[in-house]
Design a protein around this ligand. Sequence first.
Ligand code: ADP
Ligand code: MG
Length: 698
Amino acid sequence: MSEVIQSGARSGSRVSPSDPLGLPVSAARGVGRERVQLLNRLRIETIGDLLFHGPRRYEDRRQLCRIKELVEGQAVTVRGSVVAAGVRTFRGGGKSVFEVVLDDGTARLHCRWWNQPYMEKFFAVGDQLFAYGKATSLRPRAMDHPETEKITDEGDEQVHLNRIVPVYPATEGLTQRALRLMLWRAIEDYADLVGEPALRLVPTEPDLEHPQRIPWLGRPQAIRDLHFPPAPSAAEQARRRLALDEFVALQLTIQQRRLNLERKWRARPCGGDNRLMKPFLTSLPFKLTGAQTRVLREIRAELGNTVPMRRLLQGDVGSGKSLVAACAALMALESGYNVVLMAPTEILAEQLWTNFRRWFDPLGVAIDLRTGSRKAEGELPLTSSSAPNPRLPERVVIGTHALVQDSFQLDRIGLVIIDEQHKFGVTQREALLRKGRDTLEAPHLLVMTATPIPRTLGLTLYGDLDVSVLDELPGGRGQIRTYVRAPEALPKVWAFVQEELSKGRQAYVVYSRVSEAEQEEIKAVTKEFGRVESALAPHAVGLLHGQLHPEEKERVMAAFRNGSIKALVTTSVIEVGVDVPNATVMVVENAEQFGLAQLHQLRGRIGRGGHHSHCILLARQKTEEAVARMKVMAGTNNGFEIAEADLALRGAGELVGRDQSGMPDFRFGHLARDRDLVETARELAWNHLRGAVNPIEG
Ligand code: ADP
Ligand code: MG
């Protein structure tokens, strides 16, 4: 995928040799053999790569800060001449500080580098310097470890001075000055040769009706403004222009894949005839929510079709996705096809199996369970709930990623359901789908996730899926309140938990790790178990974590479910899907160790019954980000809001786990900021591939 992304942005590296942008970077002015090696380290191999090496930030050297006017903690650029420089060593500790004193005529600034005595060789009295950093004190005025740049030749004023200058991702041995001059010259020589991407979907003229919609400047101008913007806004506009190319390239691949699929395979029609659905819905102790009904209608329309369904079902924890999956499964069974359901953990697979059996046994539907451990122990590879039913030979197979392995085979698969999609990569999803294919026919696909995905990310990761949203929780649920407390509050917390347990409620106590590690301050579940037990005595406390024997896990979960265990001391293994409505209290220790998405998932384990629920996050809020996360958790229960905050705090790669997800590595695109561009790119690609008239190219 990244290959294609690059073709959008880095057309230089893929063009024919006759294209100057494809020339090796050694062809650029001022790039000798030594520099080629340094540039290669920055993944710059061609002239094109050089032009698309975007700045990390900019320095506005039109408006330098006067040293006298420095404000503590604010990042600024100053300019001055070196009036003193030298290393000071402190007695005893072996610490040293190298100091340069800058004078700009208004005041003096001490630039300090701790324990880097070798810095001495880079500066001399009389040097002219730019220094960029935050003042760490004002008496005396000082900056620690500023970025500096020496002004060696006033002659190249137009490149380095009195303008907004780019600051690049750099590498040792290559100064900002050198890199900046290389770019300046490369732009003079080559920027006009930067063409549009092979598929020119992005217009180069403004859209007069929607001037904001598309950054319309041509690519040569975008390259110029990216490196040497006349104003800060021009740099951003240029970045957006190049980001749009990246998004368009990605949307083209994603949607081409989807289109190929639709053209190649015929789905098995799975609309069903209601003969199982009717008795099933009648047997439920509740009515479907409006959202469930709406989504099932969408699903039925597609299942009945011969175009393969590719649908993502998003719904916050507890919104009733499993039930929607069960109904979709019934439609396929009624149509005479088998159904496969894959879940990310054994606990979840077994719980789904239990639920489905409770729902489907009365209907005479056979349900098999297939997980890794059941095979590994030499037990029957398939665990069936009931003997094959001659009147209903179709079955449901529920399992973990063990389903992807070769040894699992099942024919006539009408529908593949994947729960908690974000735990699986696209590869696993496709591998499972492949099982269901024969020469002509392919299964429908329903993937479900309780991790609300910000829309931009959804379009990027799952752009080949249509999205349904369960945006309504079943009624009759209690509220969840969330409290953030310092670890010192623990005794009070236990007293509160005691009280709730005495009222007949149940609790989770969650730790971030299974066993003790080097970091003493992070508590481990195995070590704390005894303490929790005595803190909550006489209530029965159980222990559950990923390293337990599967049978032990099952036993503990069963005991918690039937209420003989009152409190479950556990790890994030319960993050996904576990459903015990009577559990209304959750205590998370070292909550700062968890990400927002994980905390939201964890908290989703409570608030599933009629009673009010309480989530207590015990956190050491040492970092700004930890504080921000706790604030978000205390402020909202809305999964989409949490996801947006997570995207803004951590960035997209972190959010989904880059290696697993096939998350592309954008050079210019920022999913948290560029929502509108992602939408535009999707539309442009769609119009192009589906043959609709491109509204822009007319
Ligand atoms: P999710 O998988 O979206 O987290 P589940 O499907 O596990 O949610 O449903 C959570 C709980 O809500 C389950 O106990 C389920 O039986 C119950 N439930 C599902 N749909 C409804 C509904 N329409 N009304 C009441 N309870 C429901
Ligand atoms: Mg679920």
